[in-house]
Design a protein around this ligand. Structure first.
Ligand code: HEC
Length: 93
């Protein structure tokens, strides 16, 4: 019994050390932070040409995915800029 408990404790510790896969998705990487900063700079430039620049808080992240597919062609965004603006809008809520 004692041995089993030890094994369980070890397994728990190992999982804690690796980090749960769901949690690692939430932690922002350096690349995401870079995209966020770039997006924050580009968003008012590209997205306020035809209407007021819509804030990230206005839509959920999954909605921004769909909106950006449409608006990216409207604003003629190159792929790298579209990625940055999308990251900014999804994260600035
Ligand atoms: C060339 C003009 C133009 C540019 C640039 C543009 N949009 Fe739009 N946008 C529109 C038009 C027109 C509509 C409404 C009709 C439609 O959906 O096509 C719209 C609608 C929207 C909507 C939906 C609003 C609602 O209340 O349903 C969102 C959100 C949006 N744009 C976000 C953006 C973002 C983010 C950018 C920058 C990447 C952007 N737009 C750049 C023309 C533009």
């Amino acid at each position: 019994m004692r041995r089993m408990l030890m094994a369980l404790a070890l397994a728990t510790l190992t999982l804690a050390a690796i980090g749960h896969p769901c949690r690692s998705e939430e932690s922002t990487t350096a690349e995401q932070r870079r995209l966020f900063r770039e997006g924050a700079r580009l968003w008012p430039v590209y997205c306020a040409q035809c209407h007021n620049a819509r804030p990230g808080s206005e839509f959920a992240p999954y909605q921004w995915n769909a909106i950006m597919m449409h608006m990216r062609t409207q604003a003629n965004l190159p792929a790298k800029d579209a990625r940055a603006v999308l990251e900014y809008l999804k994260a600035s809520r």
